[in-house]
Design a protein around this ligand. Structure first.
Ligand SMILES: Cc1cc2nc3c(=O)[nH]c(=O)nc-3n(C[C@H](O)[C@H](O)[C@H](O)COP(=O)(O)OP(=O)(O)OC[C@H]3O[C@@H](n4cnc5c(N)ncnc54)[C@H](O)[C@@H]3O)c2cc1C
Length: 320
């Protein structure tokens, strides 16, 4: 691993100014970034990491008016334990609780969770062993013809079939959250991307000197219920194979899958199928069938289509 300079930011502006310099990257809990740096995943690893945790008052969780406001440095364990979040925004608390292990949730932040890199094994090989499309902007995505058992069932984003592994992302999209940065407000549904470029915050639309400062989550409609479900190979310390968040009630339904594509995927046909109907086994199963609309197996990942349907059904039933 190469030498890296560590810069303790004292304010958001201080962090942004340092991040404007080439070769720098923000760090919060470090549970994702440090593994990337240690493995020298990228051909041009950052020279400087900008510590956001030294910025005061960025770890709050509070209800303001009818919205939940979460500072980007709030830890996943604080979100999972918060009585405010567990009340109106249950799916978000459940999602935070499902991340990794207690140690990872104590160190990991919500900002880092939504900005984390993909787990694609071609992308994450040590010392850039697979100089994949996502890092090098050329060639074919290795997963298209290689081992794609954990890859997109909704086609490629910018030629790459990696998936977004975040547990909290689908809950934020389902609730219609807004991601606030030092530069702008971004709807959670528009926040995610698959950048095919070296050295970028590569699973979001953020610019080089842009950091997430706050997440604002509107209250769901009166009478609506929410739920988050996750399928992983192990019950603890494991990334989702497929996860799903649902917010249903008051005549509407918002259902979002993740780990199935480069960005969290709103399953509109399933939403339309269940909105305004009684939640029961038959209606949930019919809506879950609709969740497969637009899916495509690329070889070894056909089972994920069945899993996605099962997760949608389970999430809908959990909102009864
Ligand atoms: C063994 C293991 C298991 C895991 N299991 C899961 C899991 O089940 N589910 C899951 O979702 N994740 C999982 N993770 C990933 C990770 O632990 C979490 O996503 C965690 O929330 C990341 O937060 P962090 O603060 O540690 O991020 P960091 O590692 O500090 O940062 C992650 C990325 O986000 C950027 N970043 C951080 N904060 C900001 C900000 N405010 N603005 C802009 N960019 C920012 C960093 O530059 C970096 O690119 C796991 C990780 C490990 C090592």
């Amino acid at each position: 691993m190469k030498d890296i300079k560590h810069f303790n930011a004292t304010s958001i502006n201080d962090a942004a100014a340092k991040l404007a310099e080439a070769g720098s990257a923000p760090i919060a809990g470090g549970t994702d970034l440090v593994t990337i740096l240690r493995a020298m995943v990228n051909p041009n690893s950052p020279d400087t990491i900008v510590n956001l945790k030294t910025i005061p008052d960025m770890a709050y969780i509070r209800e303001e008016g009818d919205a939940l406001k979460i500072g980007a440095l709030a830890t996943l364990s604080a979100i999972a334990a918060s009585s405010v979040v567990r009340g109106k925004w249950a799916a978000l608390a459940q999602a935070a609780h499902k991340v990794g292990s207690p140690q990872l949730r104590n160190a990991g932040t919500i900002g880092g969770n939504i900005c984390q890199e993909t787990r694609c094994w071609y992308y994450r090989t040590e010392h850039n062993y697979f100089a994949c499309l996502k890092k090098n902007q050329q060639g074919l995505c290795y997963a298209l013809t290689g081992d794609n058992r954990y890859h997109s069932i909704f086609g490629a984003t910018n030629g790459c079939v990696c998936v977004n592994p975040s547990d909290t992302a689908p809950a934020l999209v389902a609730f219609g959250a807004t991601i606030k940065t030092n530069k702008r407000d971004i709807a959670a549904a528009d926040f995610f991307d698959v950048k095919v470029a070296p050295n970028k915050s590569a699973m979001t639309v953020l610019g080089q000197d842009e950091i997430v400062t706050e997440i604002s989550v509107p209250a769901p409609a009166s009478g609506a219920k929410s739920a988050f479900v996750k399928f992983a190979l192990r019950r603890a310390i494991d990334f989702p194979i497929v996860n799903c968040a649902a917010v249903i009630g008051g005549g509407s339904a918002s259902i979002v899958l993740n780990a199935v594509a480069g960005k969290p995927r709103k399953v509109t046909a399933a939403e339309q199928s269940i909105a305004g109907k009684t939640i029961n086994e038959a209606n949930a199963a019919a809506a879950a069938e609709q969740a497969a609309t637009g899916t495509l197996s690329i070889g070894k990942n056909k089972y994920m289509i069945q899993l996605a349907k099962a997760m949608v059904k389970k999430a809908i039933l959990a909102c009864a």
